[in-house]
Design a protein around this ligand. Structure first.
Ligand code: NAD
Length: 451
């Protein structure tokens, strides 16, 4: 008998394979039930569930983070489910007030995991700091002198952050650029720093502030600004979706027709900055929500992303679409400066917990997730836009928001919202009318109905 050794299944690996971010019916659970379900994905104590539900940040902690604190400000916290990126499942936290973002993202991620693939790749975590030198005595000589002092300057920068250097990061390169401005010739020194798992602003700012006076002396110039650049185009993240168009079919269009319309919508955005702005806003809907939930500086990413979108001289979309080999292919490329250490990653209780829930990703992995969410969000918005339109998807929650604003609560708000959807009239004044009518009816005063 042939005694072939049986393939040994390592139990933890087997368990890992079964770990799926596919949570059918998650949306229909109540908040505690969702937290319980999440607890099956990642062990959460009752206290941790309570923290996620009620107190991701206390005023006492907030008081350490910013000045003049009077409280903490709430935002809805949800999780996008169904994501499978680079063959790994993710449950992705999103903090955002706009309806439909989490749902659109999760729904499309479900379609993609069934009919396509999502892959992503981020480059090294290199951030650049700039030192502005004005009135150089002899610009050409200054450029030569700075180049000669390069190794000494990099070593000086690295003395400012031993931790970063011990982790394999730190200042790696220094270049000088000459620019002509309204204030005359300037030299701008770029210091490239590998920030490993940090966002890097404090680390880089400390380094360039140390180098500034030294560079001024070498260049016989005056130093003005010494600060990180948020256009971190050495820290790019790319994501790609490959999808069988059939799964995109709508009531009116075949799947391939939807895919073709998506490509046309992309070409529109590529040719027209008015459309490109909204195209990119759809991308940032997903990205910002993840950045906020993971305690990242979304202003920094927004600044970098929009500057990158305009790098050709015209503001353009960050993602592109094409049909190839019968598949719809979408790709995104954008600079992502995120950190999983430093900043508020340890201070903010919710952030600390949510990063753990994501499996404590490296900066690179988080950048890949962020870029992918941006792409999936964008494709979800484009799909709606080229088929039934954006409003239909927004309808239910938007109608509930309007009903709540008009004073309805609980089941009454749902009834008011449903009636407005049925009538196709989702307006504050109509919500008030319906509400008044319901109250009058309940009080047995139907003659006041609709007054
Ligand atoms: P930080 O200084 O809090 O943490 C980074 C430091 O942590 C590193 O310098 C390193 O010494 C240490 N560290 C420990 N383990 C590390 C690891 N594995 N990888 C990398 N570093 C490790 O934070 P930061 O990332 O330098 O700065 C981020 C903060 O700066 C954000 O809160 C941001 O809002 C703020 N900020 C941004 C700007 C801007 O974007 N223009 C300007 C100023 C400040």
């Amino acid at each position: 008998m042939d005694h072939q050794p049986k393939a040994k299944i390592d139990p933890p690996a087997e368990k890992k394979m079964l770990r799926t971010s596919r949570f059918p019916g998650f949306y229909s659970l109540d908040v505690w039930e969702r937290l319980d379900k999440l607890g099956e994905w990642f062990p959460l104590s009752t206290k941790e569930k309570w923290i996620l539900k009620n107190e991701t940040l206390t005023a006492e902690k907030a008081d350490v983070m910013i000045e003049n604190v009077i409280g903490v400000f709430g935002l809805p916290l949800g999780v996008a489910v169904n994501f499978r990126i680079n063959d790994k499942d993710y449950v992705i936290p999103m903090a955002v007030e706009e309806t439909s973002i989490v749902a659109a993202c999760s729904n499309l991620a479900k379609l993609i995991r069934e009919h396509g693939t999502l892959s992503a790749r981020a480059s090294h975590a290199v951030m650049e700091g700039q030192v502005q030198l004005v009135n150089p005595h002899d610009p050409d000589q200054a450029i030569k002198d700075i180049a000669e002092a390069k190794d000494r300057l990099i070593a000086l920068a690295n003395k400012q952050d031993r931790t970063l250097v011990s982790l394999g990061g730190g200042a790696k390169d220094l270049t000088v650029h000459r620019i002509e401005t309204e204030s005359g010739t300037m030299l701008v020194v770029h210091l490239a720093v590998d920030v490993v798992d940090a966002m890097g602003a404090n680390a880089v700012n400390t380094m360039v502030e140390t180098l500034g006076p030294v560079l001024a002396e070498i260049a016989k110039a005056e130093v003005v600004c010494q600060i990180i650049s948020n256009l971190c185009d050495k820290s790019l993240a790319r994501a790609k979706v490959v999808l069988d168009p059939e799964c995109l079919k709508s009531k009116t269009f075949s799947g391939m027709a939807v895919a073709e319309r998506i490509v046309k919508a992309y070409h529109f955005a590529d040719a027209d900055p008015y459309r490109a702005a909204t195209h990119n806003k759809g991308i940032m809907n997903g990205i910002d929500a993840v950045l906020i939930a993971t305690g990242n500086d979304w202003r920094a990413v927004e600044a970098g992303v929009h500057a990158y979108a305009a790098r050709s001289g015209r503001y353009r979309p960050l993602s592109k679409y094409r049909i190839e080999g019968g598949k719809l292919i979408g790709e995104i490329e954008l600079p992502i400066a995120v950190g999983v250490v430093g900043g508020v990653s340890k201070l903010h209780t919710g952030v600390e917990l949510l990063l753990r829930l994501m499996g404590l990703p490296s900066r690179r992995e988080l950048s890949e997730v962020v870029a992918t969410v941006g792409l999936v969000q964008n494709l979800a918005a484009l799909r709606a836009l080229v088929t039934e339109g954006i409003q239909e998807g927004h309808m239910t929650l938007h109608a509930r928001n309007v009903a709540y604003s008009a004073g309805a609560i609980g089941d009454i708000a749902i009834t008011v919202a449903n009636q407005m959807i049925q009538e196709g009239r989702i307006r504050f004044d109509r919500a008030r009318e319906i509400l008044k009518k319901m109250i009058a009816h309940k009080q047995g005063n139907p003659e006041n109905d609709g007054q």
